[in-house]
Design a protein around this ligand. Structure first.
Ligand code: ZN
Length: 153
């Protein structure tokens, strides 16, 4: 169960409020479901969690995302670090954005499908503003259509 109060506190940078709310959630055994994204490629469904490194192609995926981000920046992409609701410096926030599950799925999809093939990513939580923007840049760069389906659980 997602607790919207945590999001409200974090958005307002009220870190004490976030800490109190997380403690309350732990005490009441309420947990936020982990974010995941999946994509069908190479004949099966591949599911990624945020910052997932369990996939056999994990190293290639992260390297590809790093290269892709450089190209995105050259095309005018600026990471929207407001999407990262934790108290870190800007560079650390940018690193966190690269590990969002939809980016891992998109990267894997690009690496394992033919040029021009449509990628369909399914995810359980909403797409953050930065991943939405990144998907548009990636779509333009690799000439794909971005189709993200939100699938509530
Ligand atoms: Zn994101």
């Amino acid at each position: 169960m997602v607790c919207p109060d945590v999001y409200i506190y974090a958005s307002a940078k009220q870190w004490d409020g976030v800490a109190r709310m997380r403690l309350l959630m732990r005490e009441r055994k309420i947990s936020k479901p982990p974010g995941w994204s999946s994509i069908e490629a190479v004949g099966q469904t591949h599911t990624f969690f945020a910052f997932d490194k369990s996939h056999p192609s994990s190293d290639e995926i992260y390297n590809f995302l790093k290269e892709l981000e450089e190209t995105m920046r050259a095309h005018g992409y600026v990471p929207e670090t407001k999407s990262v609701l934790v108290n870190l410096d800007e560079e650390e926030k940018e690193d966190l954005l690269c590990g969002h599950s939809e980016r891992l799925a998109i990267a894997f999809g690009i690496m394992n499908t033919k040029e021009g093939e449509v990628l369909r990513v399914i995810k359980n939580l909403r797409v953050c503003v930065d991943c939405h923007t990144a998907a548009k840049f990636i779509s333009r760069i690799v000439t794909r259509n971005d189709t993200l389906h939100k699938n509530a659980i």
